[in-house]
Design a protein around this ligand. Structure first.
Ligand SMILES: NC(=O)C1=CN([C@@H]2O[C@H](COP(=O)(O)OP(=O)(O)OC[C@H]3O[C@@H](n4cnc5c(N)ncnc54)[C@H](OP(=O)(O)O)[C@@H]3O)[C@@H](O)[C@H]2O)C=CC1
Ligand SMILES: O=C(CO)COP(=O)(O)O
Length: 324
């Protein structure tokens, strides 16, 4: 499909990659960032040097710091980190009233303990929401490598329209109405990816990583089913697919953060690591709902410095033996 006008909020790595791939496929794209001077420079330079260096913008990408520039778009993609989404919508959501808003962030809000679609419904009640999630590194999308994602939307008609508007020759969107499953899979896989990174960073071996990924997947499924998700969604792109990608690739920031934690190295605090806040949020959710989440709880405790690595490993290994 070609044509249509897409607005993108957030010129980070992911927002920029989506802007470029959608524009190459014929959409007019307006890419919004919060700083007017940087927006002007990016518009002139035709490149996002800070977040996606080396990828030139097609001429049908325009960069703006004015939300009026995107409020008439057919769909607006919210490509902000999870923990800033509510603040952005409280401050600026009014400008996006009535628009289809597609959350592209992965995580659970630490204060509200909800995913992005509930934040959108609360802060912009007139908006029609969807969630775009699944296994994809921004660099791969920007290079035009084949990528498949999940588009989750409760409204059948809107979901089908967005699926057409946001799929390209190399970006293939699969549709589901299981928003809870898609959101929770995307949020939790980042926590498990941190744990997988810790395992590798601490030198515990590939076998331990495979065990961790499998038990982590059981944990993701347990939590998601308790929130009304369907098991098949967790077994799809937004759950298992993204878990595999993120736990096994050094391109992943969550995985690299875990490696640093496991090997006692420092990690640049300016890098977006969604799983860190989400580990705490999900740990709190689990406590509230009485759901056993041993891996998530341990990741949250390690990040907060409430436990050291040898004790964390010992605690996980000494849990009572049980049926798989
Ligand atoms: N990168 C990837 O490969 C993928 C990322 N995602 C998801 O996309 C989301 C965004 O990630 P990503 O693009 O990588 O993140 P980046 O760290 O690359 O960029 C974050 C962007 O958010 C902006 N931002 C931060 N705080 C605010 C705020 N308060 N108001 C307005 N803008 C703000 C930053 O702007 P500024 O520069 O001004 O600080 C920056 O443009 C995450 O949830 C991530 O999980 C999903 C799939 C792949
Ligand atoms: O979500 C992603 C891949 O699907 C990106 O992972 P990171 O945020 O860990 O880099």
């Amino acid at each position: 499909m070609t044509g249509g006008r897409i607005g993108i909020v957030g010129a980070g790595a992911f927002g920029t990659a989506l802007a470029v791939t959608l524009a190459r496929d014929g959409r007019d794209v307006a890419l919004w960032l919060r700083d007017a001077e940087r927006a002007w420079k990016m518009q002139e330079k035709r490149e996002n040097e800070a977040r996606l260096a080396g990828v030139l913008f097609p001429e049908n990408v325009s960069v703006t710091a004015d939300l009026d520039g995107i409020c008439d778009a057919d769909a607006v993609l919210l490509c902000l980190p999870m923990q800033v989404l509510s603040g952005f919508l409280i401050g600026s959501g009014k400008a996006l009233s009535g628009r289809p808003l597609v959350a592209c962030c992965k995580g659970i809000d630490l204060e509200r303990l909800t995913g992005p679609s509930a934040i959108i419904s609360n802060e912009v009640p007139s908006a029609r929401s969807a969630v775009l999630t699944g296994p994809s590194f921004a660099a791969d999308i920007a290079m035009g490598l084949p990528t498949a994602l999940t588009l989750a939307c409760r409204e059948a008609g809107l979901g089908e329209t967005l699926q057409q508007q946001l799929s390209t020759a190399t970006l293939r969107l699969y549709l589901t109405d299981d928003v809870a499953g898609a959101e929770l899979g995307g949020a939790l896989k980042n926590v498990i990816a941190i744990a997988a990174g810790i395992v590798i960073g601490a030198g515990l071996g590939e076998s331990a990583r495979a065990a961790l990924m499998t038990r982590g997947y059981a944990e993701m499924t347990r939590l998601a089913l308790a929130f009304g998700a369907r098991a098949e969604t967790l077994g799809g792109l937004s759950g298992l697919g993204d878990l595999v990608l993120t736990c096994t690739s050094a391109q992943s920031r969550n995985f690299r953060f875990g490696v640093a934690l496991g090997s006692g190295q420092a990690f640049d605090p300016s890098v977006t690591v969604e799983g860190a806040a989400t580990a705490k949020a999900v740990s709190n959710l689990g406590k509230k709902r009485g759901i056993d989440l041993p891996v998530t709880r341990m990741v949250a405790a390690l990040i907060d410095g409430h436990i050291d690595l040898p004790n964390a490993i010992q605690t996980l290994l000494s849990r009572p033996l049980k049926k798989e």
